[in-house]
Design a protein around this ligand. Structure first.
Ligand code: 9Z3
Length: 365
């Protein structure tokens, strides 16, 4: 994954965002989904509602055109799906741009649980299938909110899989959201790959691991070698950097909207530094930093106006003793569970900042 520092930009794959869209294929579904998004945005703009684009889930990087193998980024979609529900509750219309089959608003309460969804059901005395009594109350609340979102046509679900699809959709939706001005909000929780295989360096067929079936590793004279190829028994992967789309989003695609990005780290020493760095580099409104291991109960807000602020929800410590064959305790495993969903605190904070931005924009009109 190294790049030759002697090569000027443009030949080493560090391409500008504009070149990206000229050289990487537009998703087949984009135009159709874009028309649906336009109608959705028009409806809510007309009704004076704010619209949040919530991105969610990991983006894949396929190694082959007819994809058998791909690289993925970590994200179950919990942050995005949960936040989307709280944005709806705060009166926003939500475009939920998500990794296909990751968690969705409302259904998330039942879909990826360790229970099969059928475990929430039972038979009543008349033999009809009903919800188990212990889940009735909670499911009634979720159902009510889900129905309201449907009734008001306030939630639009748009799926993606690859990082290429994600980038095309993000740009397209940003263009569609432009008429909203300051009423538009971008909440970028999807885990976006920093590296990718450009279309021109993607092989068509499944990479053959057996040396007896190795394929050609050069594309032709003057062209760069495929990004993934075999070298003896080893698979070599040489990825290009994804262009800095956040810069484009802030400066060109959605200059009037509020933009919130997430920063995911695993080393606590880096989190605040990297979040600050992103805010300074892109000059958008808010970076929400989170650590992989503690993301469900603490996040760091970094903004020009508010400085740095941790948001922490109470979390209960649970110690589970693992016993050995003889019944003796061999390990105490500690886990933490948040007492409340941290998104129920994150989203109102973001909405408050958004209100301030809208007020400021009105004064400048
Ligand atoms: C996040 O940091 C999200 O909060 C998580 C959510 C991926 C941790 P889960 O879905 O996890 O609840 O399991 N997203 C990362 C955002 C990201 O990739 N940012 C990029 C960057 O900072 C582009 S904006 O460079």
């Amino acid at each position: 994954m190294t790049k030759d520092s002697n090569e000027p930009n443009g030949t080493n794959g560090d391409m500008a965002a504009a070149d990206y869209f000229a050289t990487n294929p537009k998703p087949a579904s984009l135009d159709r989904q874009s028309a649906i998004a336009r109608a959705f945005i028009e409806q809510h703009a007309h009704e004076g509602r704010r619209v949040a684009l919530v991105t969610s889930g990991g983006t894949t990087v396929p190694l082959e055109n007819q994809t058998v193998r791909f690289i993925d980024n970590f994200s179950a979609g919990t942050r995005g799906a949960t936040s989307a529900e709280y944005f709806l509750e705060a009166g926003y219309a939500v475009i939920f741009l998500h990794r296909q089959y990751s968690l969705l608003p409302y259904s998330r309460h039942y879909s990826h649980s360790t229970n099969c969804f059928l475990d929430f059901m039972t038979h009543n005395v008349a033999g009809a299938v009903v919800v188990e009594s212990e889940y009735q109350q909670q499911m009634a609340k979720v159902l009510e909110r889900y129905r309201k979102a449907k009734r008001e046509n306030a939630l639009l679900l748009l799926p993606f899989t690859t990082v290429n699809e994600y980038l095309w959709y993000l740009r397209e939706l940003a263009m569609q959201m432009r008429p909203l001005g300051a009423n538009g909000l971008f909440y970028l929780a999807a885990a976006v790959s920093d590296f990718f295989v450009p279309a021109e360096r993607m092989v068509e067929h499944k990479i053959q691991s057996s040396e007896d079936f190795h394929q050609e590793t050069t594309n032709g004279e003057g062209e760069r070698a495929p990004a993934a190829h075999m070298d003896g028994k080893s698979l070599m992967i040489d990825l290009d950097p994804v262009p800095k789309f956040l810069k484009q989003l802030v400066d060109a695609w959605a200059p009037q909207s509020m933009i919130v990005s997430f920063k995911l780290e695993t080393d606590p020493a880096l989190l605040a530094k990297k979040a600050r760095y992103a805010l300074e580099k892109y000059s958008h409104h808010l970076v929400i930093g989170n650590m992989l291991s503690t993301r469900k109960w603490e996040v760091l807000f970094v903004s020009a106006e508010g400085g740095e602020k941790w948001i922490r929800v109470p979390a209960t410590r649970r110690t589970k003793s693992l016993t050995g064959r003889d019944g003796d305790i061999v390990e105490n495993a500690e886990s933490r569970e948040p007492a409340i969903e941290i998104e129920s605190w994150i989203v109102p904070e973001v909405a408050k900042m958004h209100s301030q931005l809208i007020e400021k924009a009105k004064l400048q009109e």
